[in-house]
Structures are given as structure tokens and as C-alpha cells.
Write a protein that binds this ligand. Structure first.
Ligand SMILES: *[C@@H]1O[C@H](CO)[C@@H](O)[C@H](O)[C@H]1NC(C)=O
Ligand SMILES: *[C@@H]1O[C@H](CO)[C@@H](O)[C@H](O)[C@H]1NC(C)=O
Ligand SMILES: *[C@@H]1O[C@H](CO)[C@@H](O)[C@H](O)[C@H]1NC(C)=O
Ligand SMILES: *[C@@H]1O[C@H](CO)[C@@H](O)[C@H](O)[C@H]1NC(C)=O
Ligand SMILES: *[C@@H]1O[C@H](CO)[C@@H](O)[C@H](O)[C@H]1NC(C)=O
Ligand SMILES: *[C@@H]1O[C@H](CO)[C@@H](O)[C@H](O)[C@H]1NC(C)=O
Ligand SMILES: *[C@@H]1O[C@H](CO)[C@@H](O)[C@H](O)[C@H]1NC(C)=O
Ligand SMILES: *[C@@H]1O[C@H](CO)[C@@H](O)[C@H](O)[C@H]1NC(C)=O
Length: 824
């Protein structure tokens, strides 16, 4: 119950917090968009937005295209003083506040195309002094406004205006626009045009006009528009013409001055009848037109253009047709009667136009031809023979032949057909069906460039001419490349199945090698250095094995250390194996020393370990660690031993029997003579003068334990010592310089000390005998035990004078006998 209340309370709080958050957000329901990249380009397109979202004020590019925004409010863009590019393309924009764009004083590009703007307001652009590109196409306004809209746009260079509803262009509409690189006017339904409206724009780089309606309904209007933009340097693009009238219009037959100045004309998306075309040809008679580009043409006629055969097109240089559809292809007349037109052009391109043959007779008309592009058509080996007149050298001026994207299959046919083209330098037969190469071919000796990419070749032979400078065999199925090409400068082998770089000695002049997307595992310095002139290499997107050698080599190559430039960017060199490096860019891989220098690493680390071990040993030795270790061990055993002993002592008096010595003598080997000559003699064999005394009975001889004499051979010395001390009532330490130097003595001392402090053994188990004057300070610090003993226990000093020695022995005996003597 209580839990439920708490839960409800929490929920309530949460709701409250949410409401508060809502209220405290000043932007209310304004959506936000944070799809900005590092260069501060915010791409909010396709976001389903219904109003301008809030975006960071630092944004430089804002793409709001393809949303449902219908209105730009007065303060929607207030924070965007830095914005350089704004796109509202493809929205439902119908209303823009007059001062909505005022804050955007850095704006250089504005795209308002494809919206619902029914009128343009001159206030919109009044503050956009930096604007260079403005696109207003595809909006339903019928005129450009009552007052000039572009007056303030002094830096405008690219402008697009018009749409399906544009009906009127007036002189003042474009005032302020003085020079443009690009002008696009969509005016398919233009009704009224004030002559001179576009005439003030100069220089004008390129003009694109859609004047479908005027060309159909009021040609003089169309002429007026064309006349206003015709300059020799201006490139004209006419779009969306639909000239299918089958009778010639009288207005067109006279030579028109409207286009007399154009040198380059482009037509896009047009349909023309024979009549319209001949009208055009007649109209352009004598105009120094050099280039004619036509893209997306539908020919409705049958190619009967002879009415225009008396025209003069001697400056005609280049014809470019792409995407031509001939409706009556089977009725189409030959070009035989077109020699007036065909004898001039040097460049002819007929691309993607379903050409399956160019009859030999037509080829013979193309007497000036140097460049022929028939790519993306339907030529086969058989029709190629017809087109090139069975290799009789008809197109003898031809330098470039492009047959890319056809249905050719036989390389030997190909080579035979071009063998006599004595000027041919470029042959592009890419994207055809070649699957094998004959052993020998005959090419013109001038051939420098050959492109057989995107075929199905599995092997190469000496069919490839030795004169080649550029060879493209990319996207085939090659597994190897072994052919000497002494003149080759560029070799393209990307997209094959090569396992390694071809040997460089075959290409003494190679400067560029592209071998991306093969199955190379690695390549190294010697591979590269076999190419004596290589400058640029592209070998990315292979399945690299990132071994240490390869990674080091690549990183040095990226830095330019190998004399070869990796032009495809270092990021395309990605490791495929080992597994833990898969997907890593090879130039950023950090291979550890351990992986790369295993032998060196092992030997160095062993060396270091050995050295450290030695160092530690020396250090331990210096610090007497071994001694301490031994001590600790002994101490542990002593602890156990003494516990056992104590137990035994508690258990009964028989323990006393275990004490078989009166004293264990601890002394240094160097003091042995003293011990043997004086101590043993005095204590174990009592002197006569004592025996002689009447009152005193001779002192009982004491039993001493001497390691030399009483230790059991064959036992560990520590055990012996412990055992000896345990079995002795006292321990006598013969202190001297020598003692201090002897490890065993020290050990014995320490051990006795444990016993001492273990308590029950008796207060003065240790007796110190100072053999020579030894001050406490002479004893090294680490013998703290000894120092402590010396300060706490009184010690006996061996007197140098004879007469005081009796006293000494008495005292010693007394100490050794302890209570026993007191009892006497
Ligand atoms: C924005 O993203 C869309 C796809 O969502 C893309 O088509 C468009 O090119 C991008 N615009 C820019 C300026 O990168
Ligand atoms: C054709 O256009 C011109 C120039 O704008 C105009 O004077 C003339 O009235 C138009 N003719 C027709 C039939 O619309
Ligand atoms: C081509 O022009 C016609 C008018 O002749 C027009 O309706 C059509 O939309 C245009 N097509 C393109 C792709 O521009
Ligand atoms: C023009 O075309 C129409 C139909 O499109 C046809 O009826 C007429 O006969 C043609 N006229 C000429 C002279 O070809
Ligand atoms: C070429 O023109 C002549 C007359 O000018 C004509 O007789 C002949 O039929 C035409 N040839 C073709 C193929 O149209
Ligand atoms: C041949 O045409 C193809 C496709 O149109 C083009 O990519 C290629 O660059 C052309 N080759 C030459 C040598 O111009
Ligand atoms: C060879 O032809 C292909 C396909 O037409 C083209 O992409 C490539 O750029 C051409 N190669 C060279 C070196 O021009
Ligand atoms: C490639 O061609 C050479 C020479 O014609 C031939 O010796 C070799 O067997 C061929 N290799 C393959 C894989 O077909």
C-alpha cells in the first residue's frame, strides 16, 4: 500500500517536471535538428519538419530540403549570422516573412526552388549583400514582383528564376543583376517579354533557357529572349523544346539574327521533326557555330534534311549527341545527302543512342574526323567491320576511337580493323565482352593508350602492343601480369585477382600503378624498388596481412620515405589479418615491440632478468638477507622445538635428564685456542689447588658442549646448534672481534636470545664472556640482539693480568652452577 503511494507520488513529480521543462523551453513546439558534422554542415533534409527547426547558431551550412515547411517566420533564422548556405528546396513554402532573411548577412547560397511561392517580395533579399547564388526555380509565381527583387544582390553570380506559371518578364525585373556566371530561366509559358530584360547582363558565362511555349506559339518572343543573351563567349543551353511541326514555319526560314552570335549551343530534352531541324539548319546557315551538343533528343522524322544542303557550316567542329531516340529507325534515311554537314566536324560523339552500325558510306563522308566516340551503343564485331570499312583505313585521320560499352568480343577482329589507322593513339574498348587474347595482334604503331577495362580477360599475351604508354586492364579476371612493356607510364590493374605486384623490371618507365581491390597480401620495399621510375601507387582495398614488416614499410611509405606517393590516401590500406587488427587502417596500427622483435625481446628481457637477479642477489648478500632467512627458519624451528621442550618439561622431571651439558660454548673458530687451553682446562678438569684446599671440596667438573667435539657429524649444523643449546643449561658466548665476524656465532647468540625470552628456560641462560675489550659501539648495528644483551646482562671480562684470573673463573663457575652453588 505504502509502496503504491510512493510510486504514484513519483509519477506525479515526473509529470510536473516534464510540464515545467516544457514551459521553460522558450522555443515551444519548434523542433530541433542536430545532424551537423564536423565542418558545421547541418543536414536536416528528409526530416518531416513542418517548420524551421532550431539548429546551432554556429552552423555554416543548413540543408532543410525535402521537408514540409510552409512558412519561414520573422525570427526563425535570427541566430544564423554565420550561415553561408541555406537550402529550402522541395518544401511547401508559401509564406516568407519580409525580414526573415535579414540576419543572414554571411549567406552566399540560397535555394528556394520547388516551393509554393506565388509572389516574390523585394524585401526578402534586401540585406543579403554577400549572396552569390540564388535559386528560385519551380515556384508558381507569374511575375518577378512589382519592384525589382535583385536590386541589392551586387555579388550575385548564379541565378535561377522561373517556373510553370511565369508569364511575364519586364525590363526592371532584373535590374541590379549585372554579370553572371550562370543564368537559368524557366519560361515555358512565357507570354510577355519586354525586349532588353536580359540584355544588361554581361559578361554572361552560361545561359539555360526553357522556352517551350514561346517557340511553339510566338517565335518572335523566343527570338527576343535569345537575342538578349547572345554573345560569342556565352554558352547557350536550350531545354524542353518540342518542335514537331511537319510544315516549315515561314518565320523560321529567313535567316535569323537571334542566334547569330552563339558559338556553342546545347539542346536538352527536345523533340524535333525533319522540318524543324532543316529550318534550324537553314536558319543557322553561315553562323560560325563550332559546337553542337544535343542530349535527350527524340527525332520524329526520317532524316530527310537535304533542303539544307546548300548551307555553310565550315566552322562546324564538334557534334555531341547523347541519348538520341530515333522514332522511325527503320525508315531513317542514310546520311548520304548530308556530306555538306559531315565533312567538317573533327569530333563526333554519338553516345547511348542505340547505334548498331555506322555504314561504311557514312564513314567515308567523315573526312575530317579525328575523334569518334560511339560508346554505349550496340555495335558488334560484325557491324564494326562495316563501320570501319573492313579495316581499309577509311577514317585515316582518326586519333581517338571510343567504343566503350558495346558488344564487341574479338580482340583480333578489333586489332585488324584499326591496324591501318595510322594516326590512332587512343583506343577505348572498355566494357565490352572480351574474354581472351590471341597470341599476336597487329596494332597501329602509334597506339599509346589502350583501355580494356571491365571485360572478362583472364590472361594477357603479347597481343598487347609494346608501344603502349597507358594501359587499363582494371576490373578483369587477371591472376598475373608478365609482359614487358618498355614504354608504359601508367598501368591500371585494379579489380583483378593479382596476388602480388607485377615485377617492376618489366616496366622500366612506369610512373603510375593502380592495383587496388585485388588480393594482394602485402608488398615490400624490394617490390617497389624493382620499379625504377614509379612515382604514384594506388594499392589500397586489398586484403593486407599486417605483419610487422608490412606495417613499418607502409608507415614509412605514407610519410614519403619510399620515394613513392600513395595517391589513394593512407586510409584505404586496411588490415585484413591478423584477426585482432581486422578493419584497422594499417598506417595507424601500433604493433608492439613484443610482437615485432620477438627474438630481440626475449634475449633482452632474459638479459635484464638475469642482471636484475644478480643485482638482487648481490643486494641480498650485502644486506645479509640469507643470514636473516636462515635465522627466520631456525627461529621457526626453535619456536616449535622450545614449545615441545616446554611441554616435556611440564610433563615430568625426566626432562631434566635431557640436559646433558652444563654449558654450550659459543665461540669463534679463531678463539678456539683460548677455549681449549683455558676454558676447557679450567672448567672440565678442576685445578689441584682447589683440590688441595681443606674446607672446600674440589669443584665438580662441569660438562661443556663444544661444537668441534660434541656435534654429531652428518647433521645440519643448525640442528646441531639447536640441539646442543637445548641440551645445555647455559650458553656461554665468548665475545671478541672474531665472534662478531662469525655468522654461526651470531646465529647461536640470536637463538639463545629466543630461548631467553621464551621465558621458562631461566633468566640467565646466556653468559657473556668478553675476551677482549669490546665496546658496544664496536658491534655492528644489525647485531641488535647482542647490543641489547650487552647493555642488559652484565658480562665477564677476561682479565689480562694473571692474578685476577682466579676471580674470573670463580665468577664464571658461579654463574654456571647458579643455585646449585648457593645450596652449598
Ligand atoms: C543530406 O542528406 C541527404 C540524405 O538524407 C543527402 O541526399 C543529401 O545529399 C545530404 N545533403 C548534404 C548537403 O550533404
Ligand atoms: C509575340 O510576342 C511579342 C513580343 O513579346 C508581342 O509583341 C506579340 O504581341 C506576341 N504575339 C502574340 C500573338 O502573342
Ligand atoms: C522535357 O520537355 C517537356 C516539354 O517539351 C517537359 O514536359 C518535360 O518535363 C521535360 N522533361 C524533362 C526531364 O525535363
Ligand atoms: C503533318 O502531320 C499531320 C499529323 O501529324 C499530318 O496529318 C499531315 O499530313 C502532315 N503534313 C505533312 C506535309 O507532312
Ligand atoms: C539525296 O538527294 C538526291 C537529290 O538531292 C535524292 O535524289 C536522293 O534520293 C537523296 N538520297 C537519299 C538517300 O535521301
Ligand atoms: C569513352 O567513353 C566512356 C563512356 O562514355 C568514357 O568514360 C571514357 O572516358 C571515354 N574514353 C576516352 C578515351 O575518351
Ligand atoms: C577506361 O575505361 C573506363 C570505363 O569506360 C573508365 O572508367 C576509365 O577511366 C578508363 N581508364 C582510363 C585510364 O582512362
Ligand atoms: C596465360 O598465357 C600464357 C601464354 O599464352 C600461358 O602460358 C599460360 O598458361 C596462360 N595462363 C592461364 C592461367 O591461362
Amino acid at each position: 500500500m505504502g509502496q503504491l503511494t510512493t510510486l504514484l507520488l513519483l509519477l506525479l513529480l515526473l509529470l510536473l517536471a516534464l510540464c515545467w521543462g516544457r514551459r521553460s523551453n522558450p522555443d515551444g513546439e519548434r523542433p530541433s535538428c542536430d545532424r551537423c558534422d564536423r565542418r558545421l554542415a547541418c543536414n536536416c533534409s528528409h526530416g518531416g519538419l513542418t517548420r524551421v527547426p532550431s539548429v546551432t547558431g554556429r552552423a555554416l551550412t543548413l540543408d532543410l530540403s525535402f521537408n514540409d515547411i510552409s512558412e519561414v517566420g520573422g525570427d526563425d533564422l535570427t541566430r544564423h549570422a554565420r550561415l553561408g548556405s541555406l537550402s529550402l528546396h522541395g518544401n511547401k513554402l508559401a509564406v516568407i516573412h519580409p525580414s526573415a532573411f535579414d540576419p543572414l548577412w554571411s549567406l552566399e547560397e540560397l535555394d528556394l526552388s520547388d516551393n509554393q511561392l506565388t509572389a516574390l517580395n523585394h524585401r526578402w533579399f534586401s540585406e543579403l549583400g554577400a549572396l552569390q547564388e540564388l535559386n528560385l526555380l519551380h515556384n508558381p509565381y507569374s511575375c518577378l514582383g512589382s519592384r525589382p527583387v535583385f536590386q541589392r544582390l551586387v555579388r550575385l553570380r548564379r541565378l535561377g528564376v522561373g517556373g510553370p506559371a511565369l508569364e511575364e518578364l519586364k525590363r526592371r525585373d532584373l535590374s541590379g543583376v549585372t554579370q553572371l556566371e550562370e543564368l537559368t530561366v524557366h519560361a515555358n509559358n512565357l507570354r510577355r517579354y519586354e525586349t532588353g530584360t536580359l540584355a544588361d547582363i554581361w559578361p554572361l558565362g552560361r545561359v539555360t533557357l526553357s522556352l517551350h511555349g514561346p517557340f511553339v506559339t510566338n517565335v518572335s518572343l523566343a527570338s527576343a529572349v535569345l537575342g538578349d543573351v547572345s554573345y560569342p563567349e556565352t554558352q547557350l543551353i536550350l531545354e524542353d523544346l518540342h518542335l514537331v511541326r511537319n510544315q516549315s514555319a515561314p518565320t523560321n526560314t529567313r535567316r535569323s539574327s537571334m542566334m547569330s552570335l552563339f558559338r556553342k549551343m546545347t539542346f536538352c530534352n527536345i523533340s524535333v521533326s525533319d522540318e524543324a531541324l532543316t529550318d534550324f539548319l537553314v536558319a543557322m546557315d553561315g553562323v560560325p557555330l563550332t559546337s553542337l551538343f544535343m542530349e535527350g533528343i527524340t527525332l520524329t522524322g526520317e532524316g530527310r534534311w537535304e533542303r539544307a544542303r546548300r548551307t555553310d557550316y565550315r566552322s562546324f567542329d564538334e557534334v555531341f549527341f547523347r541519348n538520341v531516340v530515333v522514332l522511325n529507325v527503320f525508315h531513317f534515311a542514310s546520311f548520304l545527302n548530308l556530306s555538306f554537314l559531315l565533312k567538317y566536324p573533327r569530333k563526333v560523339s554519338i553516345i547511348n543512342s542505340q547505334v548498331f552500325v555506322m555504314p561504311c558510306v557514312t564513314s567515308r563522308l567523315l573526312v575530317s574526323l579525328q575523334y569518334l566516340d560511339l560508346s554505349d551503343n550496340l555495335l558488334t564485331d560484325m557491324t564494326l567491320v562495316e563501320t570501319l570499312c573492313d579495316g581499309d583505313g577509311t577514317l585515316k585521320g582518326l586519333r581517338v576511337l571510343n567504343l566503350s560499352g558495346n558488344a564487341l568480343k574479338s580482340l583480333s577482329t578489333m586489332s585488324r580493323q584499326v591496324a591501318k589507322l595510322s594516326k590512332l593513339t587512343h583506343l577505348d574498348i572498355s566494357r565490352n565482352g572480351y574474354s581472351s587474347m590471341p597470341q599476336g595482334c597487329s596494332w597501329p604503331s602509334t597506339l599509346r593508350y589502350l583501355n580494356i577495362s571491365r571485360a572478362k580477360l583472364t590472361n594477357i599475351t603479347s597481343c598487347l602492343p609494346a608501344t603502349l604508354e597507358v594501359l587499363d586492364l582494371s576490373n578483369n579476371d587477371l591472376q598475373g601480369f608478365l609482359l614487358t612493356l618498355p614504354a608504359l607510364r601508367e598501368l591500371h590493374l585494379s579489380g583483378n585477382r593479382l596476388l602480388r605486384l607485377p615485377p617492376g623490371r618489366l616496366f622500366p618507365n612506369l610512373k603510375t600503378l593502380k592495383i587496388q581491390s585485388n588480393t594482394l597480401n602485402m608488398f615490400d620495399r624490394s617490390d617497389l624498388h624493382s620499379f625504377s621510375r614509379l612515382q604514384d601507387l594506388q594499392a589500397g582495398q586489398n586484403k593486407f596481412v599486417c605483419s610487422c614488416d608490412f606495417v613499418y614499410f607502409l608507415q614509412s611509405a605514407v610519410k614519403g620515405g619510399e620515394g613513392v606517393h600513395l595517391t589513394d590516401g593512407e586510409e584505404s590500406y586496411v588490415c585484413d589479418s591478423p584477426f585482432y587488427l581486422q578493419g584497422e587502417p594499417a598506417d595507424r596500427v601500433q604493433l608492439s615491440f613484443v610482437v615485432c622483435q620477438r627474438v630481440l625481446f626475449v634475449s633482452v628481457s632474459c638479459g635484464v632478468a638475469l642482471f636484475v637477479g644478480l643485482l638482487v642477489c648481490v643486494l641480498l648478500w650485502r644486506l645479509h638477507a640469507f643470514w636473516y632467512l636462515k635465522m627466520t627458519w631456525a627461529w621457526l624451528r626453535a619456536k616449535r622445538g622450545s614449545r615441545r621442550q616446554r611441554r616435556r618439561r611440564r610433563d615430568g622431571p625426566e626432562s631434566e635428564a635431557l640436559l646433558s651439558y652444563d654449558a654450550f660454548v659459543s665461540y669463534s673458530e679463531r678463539d678456539a685456542s683460548w677455549v681449549e687451553n683455558f676454558l676447557v682446562a679450567e672448567l672440565e678438569e678442576p685445578r689441584e689447588n682447589d683440590e688441595g684446599s681443606v674446607n672446600h671440596r674440589a669443584p665438580r667438573p662441569l660438562t661443556l658442549c663444544l661444537h668441534k667435539r660434541d656435534f654429531l657429524p652428518g647433521h645440519w649444523i643448525v640442528d646441531n646448534i639447536m640441539c646442543a643449546m637445548e641440551r645445555s643449561r647455559h650458553t656461554v658466548f665468548i665475545l671478541s672481534e672474531n665472534f662478531v665476524q662469525s655468522d654461526w656465532c651470531r646465529y647461536e647468540l640470536d637463538f639463545s636470545h629466543f630461548q631467553l625470552f621464551d621465558g621458562s628456560a631461566g633468566g640467565d641462560a646466556a653468559i657473556l664472556v668478553l675476551l677482549e675489550p669490546l665496546s658496544k659501539d664496536d658491534i655492528p648495528k644489525r647485531f641488535c640482539k647482542l647490543r641489547k644483551l650487552m647493555s642488559s646482562n652484565t658480562y665477564l671480562e677476561w682479565p689480562q693480568e694473571e692474578e685476577r684470573r682466579g676471580e674470573f673463573w670463580r665468577k664464571l663457575r658461579h654463574a654456571l652452577r647458579g643455585e646449585e652453588e648457593e645450596d652449598d
